[in-house]
Each structure stands twice: as C-alpha cells, then as structure tokens.
Design a protein around this ligand. Structure first.
Ligand SMILES: Nc1ncnc2c1ncn2[C@@H]1O[C@H](COP(=O)(O)OP(=O)(O)OP(=O)(O)O)[C@@H](O)[C@H]1O
Ligand SMILES: [Mg+2]
Length: 687
C-alpha cells in the first residue's frame, strides 16, 4: 500500500472569511512562487518501511534495547559509520521525586518477591536480585543528588539513492549496532513520523525511550573529537576541539617528516621555533636552513652555532664533499654524482641531453683525477673543487663542454666567487646549527640551499643521531625540478638516518604545482596547515580532503591557529608559547624593537621607553653540549601562556560520509577517541 503524503508547509494557506481586499491579497499571494515551493520535493511517498522524498529513499530505525554495560563513547561506531546517517537523540529530564516514588514501590515489590521465594524454600531468581541491587543503587544516587534521571530516545535515519542501497546499508547499520548489543527496529508504518523525528526540529514523534541516569547518558554522548595526546613527546599546542594538549613525539610515527603550509605571517616559523626549543630539551639535534635570518635570535639564546653562508663570510662548503661512509651499503660516489648533477643543472639552467651526458662524464672524471673511485678507501682522499670540474670541462674535446664551463666560470673567476668554490671548513658539532643565506641574492638561494642540504645530508649520515632538519621557505627549492627532486629524495630516505625533515612553505601554489611537492607531502607523517589564502585553499582542500568547515577554519584562522595532521588523526590546534619562549621566537618588528630597547642600559631605557615587565627579560638558555652533562643548564619547562580563548570554530554537523583518508599504519599511536574523563570505564545501563 502506498500513501501519498504532503508536508504541511507545502500547503497554500486556505482562504478565510476576511475583507475583500484581504481576500484579493491572499489570492495574489497564492499565485506567487515562494522559496518553499522551490526547495520542496516534487513528491513524497510513504511506504511500510521506507519513505521516498523526490528520488531519495529514507528508512528510520529506533533503538529498542540497550546493552547492560557500556564503555565511554560506545556510540562512536555509529557516528563514524561509513555512510551518511541522520542520528537523533532525545533526552527528557525527569523529576527525581516521581522516580524515587516509583523506585520505592518497585524495590518493595522485588523485595516481596525475594522474601516469598525464601519463605517457600525456592531458589531466588538471580535476575530479580540484580534488578533489586540496581534499583537500590540508583535510589541511593538519586536521593543523594549525585545522579539525575532521564528518558533517552535514539533514532537513526538512513538516506540512500536506491532501494537496493537502502536495504544494504540498513543491514550494515543493524549489524553495527547489534555488535554493540543494541537492538534496533524499523519504524514500520511510522516512516513519516520517523523521518520527522530525525529532522533537526526537535520533535520526537516516535517517543520510544529508555531510562538512563546521568553517567549512562554521559557515555552515550556521541560527539567524537580527535585527540593527539601521547604519553611522550613535546607540546605542539592546544586542541581546539576539547582544549586538551597536543603532545606527541614525531619520531614515533612511521617517518618523522613534516610539512607546514601557511600564509606569510601565519605562524609557521614561530611554530617550528617552538618545536626546536622543546625538541632540544629531549636530546634532538637541530639543523636549520634559514633564508630570512629568522632563527638567529633563538640560535644565540641557546648557544647554537649560527653560520652565515655568503660571498665574504668565512664559512665555506664544497659540494664535492663525500660522506666517507664505507659501510652504508649505498653507492656513495654514484649518489654524489647524481646530486652534483642536479646541483649543476640548477646552476647552469636547462641542459640538452648531450650537455647532460658531458656533464655527467666530467663530474666522474673530476673525481677520478683526484684518485676517487667507487672503492670506499679512495673516497677518504681530498675531494675535488668546482675549479677542478671547470678545468676538466675546459679540457674536454666536445664543443658543448665549452658552453658548460662558461656557465660555471662565474663561480670560480667571476661575480660569484666565494660561494661553492673552496674546501669545506664547516663542521656540524653543535646540537643546534643554523645556516643563514639571507645575504645571498634571490637567484643564488636555491643553489645555496641545495649545497647546504647536500652538505648536511652528507654529514649527518656519518653518525646516527636523532635529528631535525628544517628547511624554511622551501618553495625556493621547488622552483627547479632538480632541487625539488633532491628535497624529495631526502624526505624519502630521512627515516633510515633518524632524521625528521621539516619543510616550511608559504607558497602552496608553487609547492604543489609540481608532483614532487605532492610526493614530499605524502612522505611526511605530520602535516600542519596554518592560515591559508583564498587562492590556495582549494588546492589544499583537494590534497588533504578538507571538509567545508575545515576550509572555513583555515581561511578565518588567527595567527598560530590551524589544522594538525598526524597520520590518520587530525585536530584543530592553537600554537601557544610561554612568555619567555615568545620573546625568543617572535619576529614581529614592534616586539623586536621593544626587546632591543629593553637590552639598553637601564638609565637610557628609563628615558626612552617604558619599562618592560620583569618576566620579559631575556635569559639565555644553554644547550647541553655534546659529551657534557649539563642538566642544571637545561631550560626550565615552559609555562603555558594564558591567551584569550578564541571562539569555538567547530560546530556539530550531521554525520557525513567520511572522506577517504590516507593509508594508515598499523603502528599508528594516535587514534580519534572521545574524551569522557570523569566517566568510569564501564557503566551499568540497566537502571
Ligand atoms: N602561536 C602564536 N602565538 C602568538 N604569536 C604568534 C603565533 N604565531 C605567530 N605569532 C606572531 O606572528 C609573527 C609571524 O609569525 P611567523 O614568523 O611564524 O610567520 P611565518 O608564517 O613564518 O611567515 P613568513 O612565511 O613570512 O616567514 C611571529 O613573529 C609572532 O609574533
Ligand atoms: Mg617564516
């Protein structure tokens, strides 16, 4: 039997006995098309066990039986069900006095049953005994005011485009709930009421409820939030969903790489500097490639080594250096030739296949002239210089070799002397080393970053240590396929050398324009998205499968706010620093000026500027130096800053189909869980 049904709001108002003018007005209004007319479905069909609205089939289930014991967040399988569902929960608070009266009567009845069983010499019915205990306990809790009493109704509507899908999903929902020991029933012959009950109108038309006390209701609360709190690691910020702390150790993930995307001034470097400060306390070495001198202040404060890389600076790096590792199992010279090849392609610009071949041969020849071959022992010899390559190219017969030598001539004799043409005199000994390349021209930065990355990569493979390598403004490297390729190869291989690569970029467009950018993102277990520009948001949303709400969050985020992805879990995070940390890491010109003034002699300061609060005086923090036990000098743990709480940014939405997520690892330590801290592990529902 099929019933035709029309929603009341579709009905046009019936004419009433009113004045002729009013009647005319109403007649006129009837002829108008309203928004309701436009959004309403053309037909609604109500069947025994489904309702069809337009072309959509919907079936409603109500919950008829609940398990006796549940754990916190026991409804999460329903909430994270892999199909759109409308879940409605109705909670009716009850008068405790009435319940107490009822309970007293019930307790009396049950006690009488037990007594009569005893008198007749029968075995006491255990179910009556249990029910009595539950009732007595509830009575006590209600009398004390520790619990309140509620009626609870739970309904689920399943939408589906076809009847087959509806039947199939219905079975899945039923079995999912059955696995939770929840008994569901179709709201047969009440589909219309069922549908209306699960609309966000707060009208329970089915009224199928169950008694629950506060604790049971608490465990039923369905809002699942993600958590990123591990037992060890460093603090990254505050979880915006539930104000818990985002703490974890990136080295516990399948790889320790991270990418950070955000608009200029969004707080990327700030976040990384915080991570550095906190990681240093846990014996992690940090190496930074800093194109903007953003890390200098921090480096000085922790007694790190700040190496400026420019024409006239004393620090020199030779790109021909070999790692001198004889037991790495990798073809050292082969890999070096590859990376040098990439570097010279960045230096020389586009090469034809013939030029490429000549360059390759020339690099190998340059090493051979110094007696360096595949043989590991030979690689301990002094490496060649760019000049040697130049000479080899000049000496080659091929005509293209001349062109190639011309293109590197400026690094040996011309305007760029002093960058990559001398033997290395830099060693990474300090737990915190920063390479600054700010003094180089824009066009030289990718080259310098390449050389530095290669140098760091060569050095760090010599001894295994927990390390972070930070590449700020990584989009410089993404401008050239070869340097992008090099960064990608580091991201891929870093895990084996206990290295976490952090790639920071503000230019999402550039970074993601090349496939290698995607590859770096995919090879990074941690992805942090801070404030985004409207132009970049769609690309980001596609790559990270962001929902509309998350897109909106990133567009309207405050400085230091964003999304934090760690493996499969992601949370909205607010980065916070202690006042002392903030002073070390801020790059706000106004704050830097204030700090500089604060450092001037007291007398001068009094004249020129209002005194800074006592807590803002900068105390240098010493790092534990290698082989020296300096526990006393380790910086004191930071204090959380009390910042004004931002407006909540997430609202609850009906359960949606879950977006496809990235493949997860079995060893993943994080999972999305609901937090119900005060709730005991199991709760008795049968009160
Ligand atoms: N979580 C935060 N709490 C308080 N202030 C912050 C926070 N994040 C950033 N800031 C402020 O914003 C300034 C700019 O941040 P940051 O230097 O990290 O920008 P950025 O994203 O690295 O920009 P760019 O790409 O231009 O380098 C910081 O110097 C600091 O003063
Ligand atoms: Mg920055």
């Amino acid at each position: 039997m099929k019933l035709t049904f029309s929603l009341p709001f579709l009905k046009k108002p019936a004419p009433q006995t009113t004045s002729p003018v009013q009647q005319q007005a109403e007649q006129f209004a009837q002829g108008l098309t309203t928004v309701r007319d436009m959004i309403a479905p053309s037909a609604i069909e109500v069947d025994f066990d489904f309702i069809k609205i337009g072309s959509q089939y919907i079936r409603t289930f109500f919950v008829a039986g609940y398990p006796r014991f549940v754990t916190a967040n026991w409804l999460s399988p329903l909430i994270s069900f892999d199909h759109s569902l409308d879940v409605a929960m109705y909670i009716y608070p009850q008068e405790s006095r009435e319940i107490l009266d009822n309970l007293r009567r019930k307790v009396g009845e049950m006690e009488a049953t037990i007594q009569s069983d005893i008198k007749r010499g029968r075995v006491i019915d255990p179910s009556v005994q249990v029910a009595l205990e539950d009732a007595l306990e509830l009575q006590q809790q209600l009398a004390k005011g520790a619990e309140r009493f509620f009626q609870f109704g739970l309904y689920v509507s399943i939408p589906a485009p076809t009847l087959e899908e509806l039947n199939q999903v219905s079975k899945q929902v039923e079995s999912t709930l059955a696995s939770l020991l929840i008994i569901t029933k179709k709201a047969t012959l009440q589909m219309e009421d069922g549908f209306k009950t699960t609309l966000p109108m707060s009208k329970d038309k089915l009224l199928i409820t169950r008694n629950m006390d506060t604790t049971s209701l608490g465990t039923t609360f369905p809002f699942t939030t993600s958590e990123l709190t591990a037992n060890q690691g460093i603090l990254y910020g505050i979880n915006e969903h539930n104000d818990s702390l985002v703490i974890f150790d990136r080295f516990s993930l399948e790889n320790a790489n991270s990418v950070i995307f955000g608009k200029s001034g969004g707080g990327k470097s700030y976040l990384v500097k915080l991570e550095i400060l906190r990681s240093l306390m846990f014996d992690t070495e940090v190496i930074v490639i800093d194109p903007e001198n953003e890390y200098e202040e921090l480096c000085r404060a922790v007694n790190g080594e700040y190496i400026t890389f420019s024409f006239n600076a004393p620090a020199k790096i030779n790109p021909f250096d070999l790692s001198q590792l004889s037991d790495s199992g990798e073809n050292e010279l082969g890999l070096k030739v590859l990376s040098l090849h990439g570097l010279f392609r960045v230096v020389m610009g586009k090469l034809t296949p013939e030029e490429d071949a000549v360059l390759d041969r020339a690099i190998i020849l340059t090493y051979r002239q110094k007696g360096i071959t595949q043989e590991p022992q030979s690689q301990l010899k002094e490496p060649p210089l760019v000049e040697d390559l130049y000479k080899v190219l000049v000496g080659m017969e091929e005509t293209v070799a001349k062109g190639l030598s011309d293109r590197i001539e400026r690094f040996i004799k011309g305007s760029m002397v002093g960058i990559i043409d001398q033997h290395s005199n830099v060693n990474i000994k300090n737990p915190f080393t920063v390479f600054s390349i700010r003094d180089l021209a824009d066009e030289l930065r990718p080259i310098a970053m390449y050389v530095l990355l290669d140098f760091v990569w060569t050095k760090i493979r010599r001894d295994l240590k927990k390390r972070l390598l930070i590449v700020d403004e990584a989009w410089y490297l993404m401008k050239y396929p070869d340097s992008a390729n090099f960064l990608n190869s580091i991201a891929k291989r870093a895990r084996k050398y206990f290295l976490g690569l952090t790639t920071i970029t503000q230019d999402v467009e550039d970074f993601l324009a090349v496939d290698l950018g995607h590859s770096i993102v995919q090879n990074s277990s941690i992805q942090i998205l801070l404030k985004q520009s409207a132009a970049a948001i769609d690309k980001i949303a596609d790559l990270f499968y962001l929902s509309e709400g998350e897109k909106h969050l990133l567009l309207s985020a405050d400085v230091g706010e964003g999304l934090f992805f760690a493996g499969p879990a992601h949370v909205a995070v607010r980065i916070i620093a202690s006042p002392d940390e903030h002073l070390l890491i801020t790059t706000k010109p106004s704050e830097i000026l204030a700090r500089k003034k604060a450092k001037t002699p007291a007398a001068e300061r009094e004249e020129t500027q209002p005194q800074l609060p006592a807590q803002s005086t900068l105390t240098p923090i010493s790092l534990p130096q290698p082989q020296v036990e300096t526990h006393d000098e380790t910086p004191t743990p930071f204090q959380p800053v009390t910042q004004p709480r931002n407006q909540p940014i997430f609202t609850t939405v009906p359960v949606q189909e879950t977006a496809p997520s990235e493949p997860t690892s079995a060893s993943q330590p994080f999972k999305s869980t609901i937090e119900f801290r005060p709730v005991p592990p199991t709760t008795n529902l049968s009160k």
